[in-house]
Design a binder for this molecule. Structure first.
Ligand SMILES: [Zn+2]
Ligand SMILES: [Zn+2]
Ligand SMILES: [Zn+2]
Length: 256
């Protein structure tokens, strides 16, 4: 299984427009963060997590030309607003793309992308062609790949992370119920959100993310959904070896 981190930034991205802080002004490419998303290729199946607002730029940069499914974590703008650009894959490969998410996420996407359900527009393929799949917090199979939703809290809303094989991806999380802890056992790689140093009502801060990384003990944990508060080299130098900030373009390889 090959995973590519397409974006490691929080909702504003890094650099933040107009910000003159040292992270935003840094010339280190690892401090340039598009909005959070990841791409997974396993057994020939191509799975995207979230269509970030930077989706077009991200898939051009990563050289991705095909996607079989999108797993949505939740409906916030930074995670869904790139979906219109699925059109290019729909048109070129003449296919609909399956999208998955919980009831709230799929309902909100249906409202935000209302035009994508207009039959006339679908006929001319000028809208993203999607099949909506409302999933519960139960494992399901897509093209032979077992996908395990992980239900976590983002402030007060319940959202999904996902586990595939020995890889798990959690973003925008502020609380993980203990009943979900078993889904983090025996992971080779965990991607987990870590916003900044100061606490935040709807996201783990660095200290909380480290605490969870130490609890779950994946072979490697990579933090994502990061603000300009966390300078890449500085923060990595403070972290244990098996915990690191991710960065745009990071590739993670896991034996199937
Ligand atoms: Zn977000
Ligand atoms: Zn800044
Ligand atoms: Zn969010």
């Amino acid at each position: 299984m090959n995973i590519t981190i397409l974006g490691s930034g929080t909702s504003q991205g890094v650099p933040i427009i107009g910000c003159s802080c040292s992270t935003c002004q840094s010339s280190n490419e690892k401090n340039k963060r598009l909005r959070a998303s990841a791409f997974i290729e396993t057994k020939g199946v191509k799975i995207l997590i979230d269509t970030s607002i930077d989706f077009r730029q991200q898939i051009l940069r990563a050289g991705i030309t095909d996607i079989d499914a999108v797993l949505f974590t939740h409906h916030h703008v930074d995670h869904i607003f790139g979906m219109d650009d699925l059109r290019q894959i729909n048109q070129r490969l003449n296919k609909f793309i399956d999208i998955f998410g919980n009831e709230t996420t799929m309902n909100e996407i249906s409202i935000t992308f209302r035009y994508a359900f207009d039959e006339e527009l679908i006929k001319y393929k000028c809208v993203p062609l999607i099949n909506i799949n409302r999933i519960k917090n139960e494992p399901f199979t897509f093209k032979g790949i077992e996908i395990i939703p992980i239900e976590v809290f983002h402030g007060r809303i319940k959202i999904f992370g996902y586990r595939i094989g020995k890889f798990a991806y959690i973003t925008d999380c502020s609380y993980i119920p203990e009943s979900e802890y078993n889904k983090f056992e025996n992971l080779d790689a965990l991607v987990l959100n870590s916003l900044r140093r100061a606490p935040h009502p709807t996201h783990f801060n660095l200290e909380q993310a480290v605490e969870k990384a130490e609890l779950f003990k994946a072979k490697e944990t990579f933090f994502t959904h990061i603000t300009h508060d966390l300078e890449h080299e500085q923060v990595n130098s403070e972290l244990p070896d098996y915990i690191k900030l991710s960065y745009d373009g990071l590739k993670i390889n896991i034996k199937d």
